[in-house]
Design a protein around this ligand. Sequence first.
Ligand code: ATP
Length: 287
Amino acid sequence: MTINEKAYAKLNISLDVGRRREDGYHDMVMIMQTVSLADDIRIDINGSGEISALSNLPFIPCDERNLAVKAARLWFEAAGRTEGAAISLNKRIPVGAGMAGGSTDAAAVLRGLNRAFDSPLSKEELLDLASKTGSDVAFCLCGGTMLAKGKGEVLTRLRDLPDCTVAICKPRFSVSTPELFTKLDTRPGRHHPDTVGILSSLEEGDLRGICRRMYNVFEDVGDRRMKVVAEIKSKLIDAGALGAIMTGTGSAVFGIFSDEADAEEVIAPLRKEYGFATTTRPVGKLL
Ligand code: ATP
């Protein structure tokens, strides 16, 4: 039996980092959005009793370090099934971009396996497996527009983002997540996003109000690579974006456009200069 599942990318409409906790994690407050840019996941259920993976990108690990494999193992264990699966990942989401590429593959595997076997696990059980797999997996499992707190696993569903076109650009470098957290911890007097303001703009369906307030605290860490991020943001704004920020720990940057043609027009020059650029659209609830 073969199951195909889309693994959609996520963007951060806002990202705030609170204090460092006893367990070493930071308390996060994020507004997250699923977008149509996606990896294609194929799951072939077989009788091997093993979980294997392969991907179109040779540098991605295909063993237990791959979050899709980890999620599959957890799912088979929890569902008490012994069949096994071969997972094929056709990756389109840039790696190390802050778009939850690995987490969303894991979430797609959880949704796909549960569909393949006629839903033996409840939504709550899937969410539990998601949290065990990685911080952003629970959001990727549910999809849509959500407020994420804690490590990112405490989720509240929000009203869908109003219709818009998103232009995403990823420069050729990636940014190390632990390095950014350390830099942020040692930075005094930080700014914070107006999360409450974004929440009420979302409630009112006010795209301009949302875009005006989009903010990611990681852009403030004083890392020299953030100069390139700022440069891309300016180009998006000059092209007509209502707002532009970096997603997650970067290095991808996106702008939100009410005019689709403006968004399409900026893609070719961005791609030429920075390597990766595409347009995408918001996607609603998945589970
Ligand atoms: P996040 O937004 O969650 O911080 P990211 O988008 O910055 O993540 P990923 O694209 O998920 O980063 O990849 C980060 C690392 O995770 C890669 O270097 C890779 O080794 C590992 N990884 C594990 N599983 C996967 C997967 N299925 N796809 C891509 N990378 C994976």
